[in-house]
Design a protein around this ligand. Sequence first.
Ligand code: UP5
Ligand code: MG
Length: 197
Amino acid sequence: FSPAEVTVLFVLGGPGAGKGTQCSRLVRDYHFKHLSAGDLLRAEQDRPGSQYGQLIRDCIKNGEIVPMEVTVALLENAMRETIASTGVRKFLIDGFPRKMDQALKFEEIVCPARLVLFYDCPEAEMERRLLERGKTSGRADDNAESIRKRFRTFVETSMPVVDAYDREGRVVKVDATATPDQVYAATVDKLKKALGD
Ligand code: UP5
Ligand code: MG
């Protein structure tokens, strides 16, 4: 895809920062297609006949990053399907890239990102949200032990991606500690300024 054909925003932030919550609101108001890398991986894990099911299950439980070939292929397929079936060409790529090599690969072979929307939230608040959600989510990684591992991977591996984009001036940073509606208002405000419309 060329940037003239499609618009990609990467939506990043720690586990439980509220990426999915904010993406839903942006979809409601601005007709983006929301592609959560985590959701695509969980769907692939459960797809009968998938050769990656066990690998994905193990990585998610341990808060580790699935090899990027799998994730990039899922994202690229989902983008193609979306364009073919709906014509929508504006994508929120949620929870990806989580590692520097993934960022470089995606921008090389799929499409450069217009900008990175980064939700900034303290660990204690993210932990509180995830433990609360874990009571009903059924997610295999919403337990204290997996959450600890997810936080470590985020700090050691994923945050450096945000920092690299920030040095290029491509990050829109939003404080994610307020209520979802307040965070959304800040998101819209900052995105409008950054995108100039
Ligand atoms: N909530 C949200 N906003 C709130 C607010 N402002 N105030 C109070 N509560 C708020 O929100 C989390 C919870 O908090 C919800 O209950 C929500 O109601 C509440 P959510 O919007 O779901 O946050 P999000 O940032 O999307 O959290 P999520 O748990 O999805 O983040 P992760 O990044 O951990 O999960 P993801 O699904 O992206 O990845 C899971 C795993 O998949 C990774 O650990 C990894 O193993 C694997 N993965 C890869 O390997 N590669 C990838 O590219 C992507 C994932
Ligand atoms: Mg999510």
